[in-house]
Design a protein around this ligand. Structure first.
Ligand code: G1P
Length: 300
């Protein structure tokens, strides 16, 4: 691929996970359909991708995820009934989630073999161009959407890029952790990456967050990738291989707040934070939080 092709128009959304941390809810509802206030997690990911200029959306799904396809389908009857009852605001909200025909492709990951494998499953749809990967569990609230920040930085750097943030040392075993060469403002030059290292083995406390811009070379590496941490084919390992092949990898310390919506505590934090940010809920919800603050002290 020519390094001059720096247009990123495709994004992969790995959504095949079983969401066991949210059982029993995820017995019948895909985790990505669970809602923060009134929008499913996946909608936040799609909105972020659109804001960054993505026009082709590739979902790597699995059995039991049909609700995702239905969610992104047009709903003409519902639209007609909202129109008839004059609920134009709701109609506009609904329409803003409509996707252009053919913009989304669904491909199945037949076996849970890891994030690297999920991305590899999309290889034919990605082809020979740079692409983004968005993990919808990582919800990022930011003035300028995180992926847009990355696309802008990537126009300057080329190569591959990951989103990064500092985490407490004792949490390194929950993340891909970066080994860095040096930093220039928010841009970090990376020389290595380790998936979920124990504290004593972690090269830093700078963690990969679920946003990536990858060159198609990574797909070739994934063709040969062996299983790594947790017995899974790790995306982190494939990106680390890029560096051993002397290809550039940068990390961007993005501006914004990240919520780990793959965990119950993170999901609840995001719910509170997003509710407080909504004009129509703010007053009532803030009043409620003030009212229950004695309960919080009592629980301590
Ligand atoms: C994945 C990646 C990991 C990254 C994390 C960010 O892990 O494998 O490198 O730090 O997402 O959320 P997961 O949380 O899916 O186990």
């Amino acid at each position: 691929m020519s390094q001059l092709n720096r247009r990123v128009t495709k994004a992969v959304f790995p959504v095949a996970g079983m969401g066991t941390r949210f059982l029993p809810a995820t017995k019948s509802v895909p985790k990505e359909i669970m809602t923060l206030v009134d929008r499913p997690l996946i909608q936040y990911a799609i909105d972020e991708a659109r804001a960054a200029g993505i026009t082709e959306f590739i979902f790597v799904t699995s059995r039991g995820k049909n609700a995702l396809e239905d969610y992104f389908d047009h709903a003409p009857q519902l639209e007609a009934s909202l129109l008839e009852s004059g609920k134009t605001d709701l109609l506009e909200t609904l329409k803003s989630t409509n996707m252009e025909s053919g913009a989304i492709a669904y491909i199945r990951q037949h076996k849970a073999m890891g994030l690297g494998h999920a991305v590899w499953c999309a290889r034919r749809l990605i082809g020979d161009e740079p692409f983004a990967v968005i993990l919808p569990d990582d919800v990022i609230s930011a003035e300028k959407p995180c992926l847009k920040q990355m696309v802008e930085a990537y126009q300057e750097t080329g190569g591959s890029m990951v989103a990064a943030m500092e985490v407490p040392r004792e949490q390194t075993s929950s993340y891909g952790i970066l080994d860095i060469n040096g930093e220039s403002g928010p841009l970090v030059s990376v020389r290595g990456m380790v998936e979920k290292p124990e504290v004593q083995d972690a090269p830093s406390n700078l963690a990969v967050i679920g946003r990536y811009i990858l060159t198609p070379d990574v797909l070739e590496t994934l063709n040969r990738q062996q299983s790594g941490a947790g017995g899974e084919i790790q995306l982190t390992d494939a990106i680390a291989c890029e560096m051993t092949a002397n290809r550039k990898v940068h990390a961007l310390k993005f501006e914004g707040q990240r919520f780990d919506c793959g965990s119950k505590a993170g999901f609840l934090q995001a719910t509170v934070s997003f509710a407080l940010a909504r004009a129509e809920l703010q007053d009532e919800f803030a009043a409620y939080l003030r009212e229950i603050s004695p309960l919080i002290r009592a629980a301590e």
